[in-house]
Design a protein around this ligand. Sequence first.
Ligand SMILES: *[C@@H]1O[C@H](CO)[C@@H](O)[C@H](O)[C@H]1NC(C)=O
Ligand SMILES: *[C@@H]1O[C@H](CO)[C@@H](O)[C@H](O)[C@H]1NC(C)=O
Ligand SMILES: *[C@@H]1O[C@H](CO)[C@@H](O)[C@H](O)[C@H]1NC(C)=O
Ligand SMILES: *[C@@H]1O[C@H](CO)[C@@H](O)[C@H](O)[C@H]1NC(C)=O
Length: 512
Amino acid sequence: MRHEVRILVFLTHVTHILCYDWSSLNLVESHVPYVFANNLELTSQCKADEACPYRDILSNETVCWGFEKNCDAEKRFGGKSPTVDCDDVSKDRYWHQADFGYLRDQLNELDETKVCDSPNESSLHCTKFGSMCRARKCYLDLRDVNDGQSVVREGGIGGFCKLDANMRSKVTEVKRSLSTWGEQLQHYTQLNFNPWSNTSKYCDVIVDKPMLFVQLDFGGNMYHHFCDFFNIYLTQMANNSWFGTDVQIVRWDLSYRYGEVFRESWDAFTNRDHVSLREYMGKRVCIADAMFSFLPRTILGLFYNTPVEVNCRGSSLFKAFSEHFLHRMGITSHPPTSLPNQPNKIRVTLLERGSNPRYKIYRRILNVDELGNAIRKIPGLEVNVVEYDWRKMSFKDQLSMTHNSDIMIGMHGAGLTHFLFLPPWAVAFELYNCGDIRCYRDLPRLRGVRYITWEDDSKLEAFDQNEHPHYGNQPKFWNYKFDVPEFVRLVLKARSWVLEHDRFSHLRHDEL
Ligand SMILES: *[C@@H]1O[C@H](CO)[C@@H](O)[C@H](O)[C@H]1NC(C)=O
Ligand SMILES: *[C@@H]1O[C@H](CO)[C@@H](O)[C@H](O)[C@H]1NC(C)=O
Ligand SMILES: *[C@@H]1O[C@H](CO)[C@@H](O)[C@H](O)[C@H]1NC(C)=O
Ligand SMILES: *[C@@H]1O[C@H](CO)[C@@H](O)[C@H](O)[C@H]1NC(C)=O
């Protein structure tokens, strides 16, 4: 009799295992072992389930992204030395500035900084300066909140846990929107009742799905908005590298809507629309598991103004982000990246800037046709002159074009954020940086691709200076013509770098 019962229990267990929808993981294949290594329950489910497509990938060898405790350098994603071009001391510094070492440092802080903590009940842990937090069994009381009133007040947010008021002051000391959660969490309160003891009494809404709070930067600009997306990815990475999309993203404000032009990008992170706190106005909300995302303007944060060792190139964290994002967007390489699929041309994409008649566009390349025609004469190059305008070309089509470019050329501007999605052998060519040197030099180099820009200012000509009513004296608000032979010389240099990659070994003879 007892025996029978055991078998029954076992079978129920198996049925449960078989139900897991493995396709919902939707991961880059090479990332799978790293995600599983951080989610051991999932690993054992997979090993026990014949239908799990990842069984062959899960070797016995333990791997790790790099942020995990006890993660040996040899086992890291991207290997021991993802960075190139720099010495060992700089490499190590770079790893802490812009690679998984950065996340490791942040997670160490999160472990130590317990604002409120009661095992099995509520908790709030944050990084030292509140750039990211994690809350369990979090209680939001938005009953008295209306348009005129602040969400942030005593009792507005809290948990049934032991509060460390000193720690709370320390963590929330810096109150700067888009940089810290100090403003929002300064009044986190120790509740004298446990909402989970009787949710029908204490909660109007129970959220048992994971919730991710964000403060978003400007959604109309690719550079700024991708700083949001990168930091959301970083937050998911921080949470056991769990990239499930069954997550509710909540903007911490009361706005009706958020204006943005890269809407499709959210598909990489969530299968729901993001909402603001307005969604819960007038209610008491009990949230089982919440993260307060890394923010786009975190001081010494990642992506926006990240200070980096200038001689190093290639962060495996940025590589992981780029691969993950492209995968979730369904963007692929043509031909596939694996050998022996070798392309017969080097593809050059030259970005033209705005012909939108509604407003005057600056940083235009006035002789773009001349430049395009000149490099079309170089044997083995396929040249496309395009305008990345969402009105004419969907964002996914733009991404696909970028990812299938070997050399991408464009003027300083947010569109160059596309450099993050170039293939690893590509060259990013910022035609002219208008004196703003770092922005689009650092981004592609973080991703690991090579970068060049205009070298000789005497070989370009500025037009329409002092035309802009406010910023007429700034080079970013002028238009330009470029010297053709000098342009060809730089493109040939970029081409020679691309040819160094194995994918193009068969084209090298043309070089001579
Ligand atoms: C894992 O280890 C087991 C036992 O040590 C061995 O039989 C198996 O072949 C290993 N699998 C892989 C993928 O290395
Ligand atoms: C938390 O829950 C676990 C498992 O239910 C239990 O063993 C443990 O004693 C609890 N801890 C506290 C502090 O209540
Ligand atoms: C929970 O609260 C409701 C409403 O106040 C009450 O009717 C019910 O008895 C409570 N349940 C428990 C288990 O305390
Ligand atoms: C964090 O990761 C776990 C899996 O490791 C997942 O179950 C949970 O929902 C995630 N939490 C958030 C807030 O994303």
